[in-house]
Design a protein around this ligand. Structure first.
Ligand code: PBG
Length: 323
């Protein structure tokens, strides 16, 4: 027996020396939910440890995350029903909650990157990412101008990275053109390139109260059975000007992360979504899993699969452990 793989596992030092992948805090992007009000931290019941934060609380959390070495936060607005309508009109209100939140974070922490979500669902009375017609169909081309106006509003507020999560065809190019026209040539786009119609988004929809009022999202989000289709989406997004490609969810789609990282020269992000967080939290709370160990193992798996960065609700906890 000349070849003994166990030799390289004999001590902590040796294991570290031969370690192939590492997780560092700057890999992590923290998704954060913002809500109207003052001094508000509303815990999301299906995501223990995650909160809807008013802007003052959001700023405190951003400060803590920056101190822990994070470079980027990804913001989502949680709006009341009174602000939702069929055309997501509130999404282009530059005096609205979301642009205000983006602006406040950039003002206080100019070096912290702000990524902002672009899709109709947080503002839509239908709970869909695009316009819903009378027959329940999701209109593609009619939705694009709404997404572009939303992106420009966010860029004006100071967003560094626009994150279109809607999965309408052609939206990356359409948004890119709108941003450039308004002279936001430096505003980046992280495309939700391979976003699957997944059951793992449940807790997020609770956080934003954005569950679709009718139907599902299968006519625009991808079929979980497909991987070649993710390459087609990647080619389109890259051609239309995306700067970073994302795979979402993460854990059940490690093969898609691997495929995209081999297929594309663009940086790849993994979105470790709300249901993946809830799963580990729930098992941890029940004492069925060592939560910290499972969290770190899961986050490392994204790096191993080929992700360059990870959006995760565990960002704060993981960065604390990495410090
Ligand atoms: C919607 C959006 C969703 C998530 C991010 N943006 C949910 C959906 O498509 O219904 C999910 C994130 C998560 O589950 O953590 N534009």
């Amino acid at each position: 027996m000349n070849i003994r793989p166990r030799r390289n596992r004999a001590s902590e030092a040796l294991r570290e020396l031969v370690q192939e992948n590492r997780l560092i805090s700057s890999d992590l992007i923290a998704p954060l939910f913002v809500i109207e009000g003052d001094k508000i931290r509303q815990e999301i019941s299906s995501m223990p440890g995650q909160f809807r934060l008013s802007i003052d609380e959001l700023l405190e959390e951003c400060g803590r995350l920056q101190d822990l070495g994070l470079k980027c936060v990804s913001l989502f607005p949680a709006l009341g029903d009174d602000l939702k309508d069929k055309y997501a009109s509130e999404s282009k209100n530059s005096a609205g909650l979301f642009p205000q939140a983006i602006h406040a974070v950039k003002k206080k922490y100019p070096d912290l990157l702000v990524m902002s979500d672009v899709a109709m669902d947080p503002y839509s009375s239908d709970g869909h990412d695009g316009i819903v017609d009378d027959d329940g169909r999701i209109l593609n081309d009619e939705t694009l101008p709404i997404l572009a106006a939303m992106a420009v509003t966010q860029a004006q507020a100071g967003s560094d990275i626009i994150g279109p999560s809607d999965m309408m065809d052609g939206r990356i190019g359409y948004i890119r053109e709108a941003l450039d026209k308004e002279n936001f040539k430096q505003t980046a786009i992280m495309s939700y390139t391979a976003k699957y119609a997944s059951s793992f988004y449940g807790p997020f929809r609770e956080a934003l109260d954005s569950t679709p009022k009718s139907g599902d999202k299968k006519t625009y989000q991808m079929n979980p059975a497909n991987v070649k289709e993710a390459l087609l989406e990647a080619d389109l997004d890259a051609g239309e000007g995306a700067d970073i490609l994302m795979v979402k969810p993460g854990l059940p789609y490690l093969d898609v992360i691997r495929a995209l990282s081999e297929h594309s020269d663009l940086p790849i992000a993994a979105y470790n979504v709300s249901g993946e967080y809830a799963m580990i939290k729930a098992a941890g709370l029940k004492g069925w899993l060592d939560e910290e160990a499972a969290m770190m193992e899961m986050l490392l798996s994204f790096k191993r699969a080929g992700a360059d960065m990870i959006l995760t609700y565990f960002a704060h906890e993981a960065a604390r452990l990495l410090k």
